[in-house]
Ligand binder design. Structure first.
Ligand SMILES: [Zn+2]
Ligand SMILES: [Zn+2]
Length: 144
């Protein structure tokens, strides 16, 4: 277990600490309206992990949940409102925004929900209209 890398992160104020251990299942960009609305940014750079590899290391009493749909349980710090991670119980994955894990080498593999994009990114990576088939989507690709 000690030979696995771990990546530390914290909320905006620092009261809550998290750690992700091992390597993410996948990394990419989501352009969906929910990600944009929640992140207040034009695109969400996600890193998806097996849920048991993401832990709260301190300040757990300040972690709040917000669940709008069955697919996402959003975790944030009650003190600063800073985001921590989002559980996706139906996929069995946990999304940690790339910005929260500064030591992780962020290497995106794909773009998802590109049909909703407000910020086209011409980086040569696959652009899924919604999501890959294995994530429950159509698997359709769009041009950049
Ligand atoms: Zn905080
Ligand atoms: Zn999204």
């Amino acid at each position: 277990m000690s030979d696995q890398k771990s990546y530390s992160g914290r909320c905006f104020c620092g009261a809550v600490g998290i750690v992700a251990t091992g390597e993410p299942a996948t990394m990419g960009y989501c352009h969906c309206a929910s990600c944009r609305h929640w992140s207040a940014g034009p695109v969400n750079a996600f890193t998806l992990w097996q849920p048991h590899t993401v832990r709260v290391t301190k300040g757990g009493e300040h972690v709040e949940n917000y669940q709008k749909s069955d697919t996402s349980v959003r975790k944030f710090c009650e003190l600063c409102g800073g985001h921590l991670y989002t559980d996706h119980p139906t996929w069995g994955l946990t999304d940690v925004s790339a910005v929260l894990l500064p030591d992780l080498d962020y290497v995106p593999a794909l773009h998802i929900n590109y049909q909703e994009s407000v910020l086209p990114i011409r980086d040569g990576l696959p652009k899924y209209r919604d999501m890959p088939v294995e994530m429950g989507g159509s698997g359709d690709l769009l041009p950049e």
